[in-house]
Design a binder for this molecule. Structure first.
Ligand SMILES: Nc1nc2c(ncn2[C@@H]2O[C@H](COP(=O)(O)OP(=O)(O)OP(=O)(O)O)[C@@H](O)[C@H]2O)c(=O)[nH]1
Ligand SMILES: [Mg+2]
Length: 213
């Protein structure tokens, strides 16, 4: 098969930059973005950087990746949409965006809620769901956005995660030990090559987790 699917659900508090990131992925203007109020499905055929380095004899060189991103509203009153999005769209990866300029408490609650909502998609019975959670191979990406407001310092993003999100992130890892857990720092508004590489790297990681190469 020359075409492969890569699908992600993008979650995080309101204003974290979820819709901005998706517009960047689609190559669309990021002006005039208003808060998202329902689940939105976006699709685009993309090429990963790594494909260009492959030999002309490799099938990988000619493959298309159909990226599908599910954008959700981040306003707390609309978090129940996350549960629906996770249940209705069988996505490979969950990208949780953190906004370093916002209060961490609500964002920690949001991250905890992601873990709980995802659990509910596994089974109606909590005990059975917890058991399934130990085996499920999902991919969780913690992504600090707005790196431009942290002086483009990945070290500062790392520090932010360690200071505020470590406990919630560790709980999630313990609940889903067979899944992939990664973190990255980006700026969705930055159009530099470096930032493109960071975003490409997220999809590359998800691709490797799913297709094993
Ligand atoms: N400085 C900076 N601002 C950003 C970045 N990414 C997004 N923003 C700004 O953050 C604001 C909110 O962005 P949205 O993409 O609407 O956020 P959202 O997470 O989709 O918000 P909801 O739809 O309400 O959940 C906008 O003003 C963006 O321009 C970034 O990397 N750096
Ligand atoms: Mg939005």
């Amino acid at each position: 098969m020359l075409t492969r699917d890569l699908s992600v659900t993008i979650l995080g508090n309101t204003g974290a930059g979820k819709s901005t990131l998706i517009r960047r992925l689609k190559g669309e203007s990021i002006e005039d973005i208003s808060p998202t109020t329902s689940i939105e499905v976006h699709q685009k055929t993309i090429r990963l950087r790594s494909q260009s380095y492959k030999s002309a004899l490799s099938l990988e060189k000619y493959r298309s990746y159909r990226a599908r991103a599910i954008d959700c509203p981040g306003d707390m009153s609309l978090w129940p949409y996350w549960k629906k999005a996770l249940a209705d769209y069988n996505t490979n990866g969950i990208i949780f965006l953190i906004d370093p300029t916002q209060d961490s408490k609500v964002q920690i609650d949001a991250l905890t809620q992601v873990s709980n909502y995802y659990l509910m998609t596994l089974d109606d019975d909590v005990v059975r769901a917890e058991r399934k959670a130990r085996k499920v191979k999902a991919i969780f990406f913690l992504v600090v956005n707005k790196l431009d407001l942290l002086d483009y310092s990945k070290g500062k993003a790392d520090q932010l995660i360690k200071e505020h999100y470590q406990t919630a992130w560790s709980h999630l890892k313990e609940r889903y030990p067979s899944s992939g857990h990664y973190w990255e720092a980006i700026s969705a508004i930055d159009e530099s090559e470096q930032m493109y590489e960071n975003i490409d790297g997220i999809f590359e990681t998800i691709k490797r987790e799913i297709y094993g190469e």
